[in-house]
Unconditional design. Structure first.
Length: 115
């Protein structure tokens, strides 16, 4: 008796859209964000709903917002990306090195010869 173990053509063998599939999509999207060269993308979160994925968080530039969207759009099973990331400038950092304001005692004195 010979038989075939291949599924019949009528059976859909694609993974079902269920909690496991959503979890897999979410894990893969977060993995891609974490492995990018941009540290700020590590703080982005995502939610999977149906065939779409939503991104949430804050980034310092529109460029990085686009990078995050492009990275997760390539995940298998994502048909739509809703990018809810807000762009805000990073907090002002303290000047360092030569940009540091000098203290009064450190500044060279300038003498003028007054008439």
């Amino acid at each position: 008796m010979t038989g075939s173990v291949c599924p019949s053509p009528e059976i859909d063998v694609r993974p079902a859209r269920g909690p496991c599939s959503r979890t897999r999509i979410s894990i893969e999207a977060l993995r891609r964000l974490r492995r990018s060269g941009y540290l700020a993308l590590r703080d982005i979160s995502c939610d999977v709903d149906g065939d779409g994925l939503s991104l949430h968080g804050r980034l310092p530039s529109y460029y990085r917002k686009q990078v995050a969207q492009a990275l997760v759009a390539e995940v298998e099973g994502v048909d739509r990306v809703v990018n809810m990331i807000k762009v805000s400038a990073p907090p002002r950092r303290m000047p360092t090195g030569h940009d540091r304001p000098s203290r009064a005692g450190d500044a060279p004195s300038i003498r003028r010869n007054l008439p």
